[in-house]
Design a protein around this ligand. Structure first.
Ligand SMILES: *Cc1c(COP(=O)(O)O)cnc(C)c1O
Length: 368
């Protein structure tokens, strides 16, 4: 029998809980533009993440794009980043008028390799934009050292990292800024949503103006901005989701550990290595095939035959996207380690409440 198992499934609070949360909006008629729910969620998330400063956005992508704009880098400045990520990371750089320069990743953690940073730095480099990919922390100390030596800003794509910690600290506490995504498919969500956490208070004003058409409170526009505000309905979903986060993480852990048990030690299959000090959030379960005993594309097809939608995530590398080919040097050959991972990685279904017997079945199909 054909199943219908997607790679992820959104968590929902009880219907009544969400209804109770939005009830007051029928009295206030304040539906967006930094209302009561927005204020509450911003405060709650700032506290949960231990962020020095936080601003909420309508999605993670615009949070990242706006953060890049808020730093006020000159046009065509270079930003060193990883191509082993979701499209959003690289698109945000390019849409902010900056040029991505692709750095390779570490072979075990699949995060940006600080050892390979220095040769890529030029007189036009202004920032490093690494990704805590699948919720695994980058070498934050190594990156900080190189960036510090060259006076570069560090802006993390922490979209995958909500609920994870590095030696007890959240991803909001590393770098000059960190973007979180609260998309429906993430561990914690506001349907669509995102945030920028940042260390320098001076970024607060440009971020606040930029997400609201560039306007300040006088009605003048000191910045060229768009619209990236989070609505009250999104914020209300966030307030509900946050109450259930603990249970969500426990249920995800159960699924991840079953995969580890069934696929661990199998010749030809490797797991991503978590950086020591990382408390994971079980956001994803990627596995890497050796391309000899197992062929990634073939395994993916066999799972699909049974209605199980694993994802070639992340493939292709963002540096291989058609839209960039004429703009700047790109292509897989510049980052051979990342290219090898992208060719052989498969992200398995993982969500709270994925039944154990389904996990067993997925592993049986893979091993066959
Ligand atoms: C989800 C995601 C984003 C974009 O977030 P949205 O909230 O969907 O706009 C950016 N980067 C990475 C790595 C992501 O996984």
């Amino acid at each position: 029998m054909k199943k219908n198992i997607k790679v992820t499934q959104s968590s929902m609070p009880p219907f009544e809980e969400y209804c109770a949360e939005i009830q007051s909006l029928w009295d206030s008629r304040w539906l967006t533009n930094m209302g009561e729910k927005h204020r509450q969620l911003e405060a709650a998330l700032g506290q949960y993440l231990g962020a020095a400063h936080i601003k909420l956005f309508t999605n993670g992508h615009l949070a990242l794009e706006t953060a890049l704009a808020a730093f006020g880098f000159p046009a065509d400045s270079e930003v060193i980043t990883t191509p082993f990520t979701f499209a959003s990371t690289t698109q945000a750089i390019v849409r902010a008028g900056l040029i991505p320069v692709f750095c390779d990743v570490e072979p075990e953690t699949w995060t940006l390799d600080p050892q390979k940073l220095e040769p890529l730095i030029t007189g036009k480099t202004v920032a490093v934009l690494p990704v805590h990919v699948y919720g695994n922390f980058c070498d934050v100390d190594g990156i900080k050292q190189v960036a510090g030596r060259h006076k570069l800003k560090v802006i993390y794509d922490a979209a995958h990292t909500f609920g994870a910690n590095y030696y007890g600290s959240s991803a909001a506490t590393f770098g000059d800024a960190a973007m979180f995504s609260f998309h429906a498919t993430k561990v914690f969500h506001t349907i669509e949503g995102g945030a920028v956490c940042f260390s320098d208070e001076a970024l607060a004003e440009p971020l606040e103006c930029l997400k609201n058409f560039g306007q300040d409170s006088s009605g003048d526009c000191p910045y060229i901005g768009g619209n990236a505000k989070m609505s009250e309905f999104q914020a209300a979903m966030g307030l509900c989701s946050l109450r259930h986060l603990g249970g969500e993480l426990v249920k995800r852990k159960v699924v991840a550990e079953r995969y580890q048990e069934l696929l661990g030690g199998v010749e030809g299959i490797r797991f991503m290595k978590l950086r020591p000090g990382t408390t994971p959030n079980y956001a994803y379960f990627p596995i890497l095939f050796d391309g000899v005993r197992f062929n990634r594309d073939e395994v993916c097809e066999r799972l699909k035959d049974r209605g199980i939608m694993a994802r070639k995530y992340f493939y292709p590398l963002t540096s291989c996207f058609t839209c960039y080919q004429k703009l700047f040097p790109a292509g897989a050959e510049r980052t051979p380690v990342a290219a090898g991972v992208a060719e052989n990685v498969l992200t398995l279904p993982l969500y709270a409440g994925l039944p154990a017997d389904e996990v067993d079945e997925i592993c049986r199909i893979i091993l066959k």
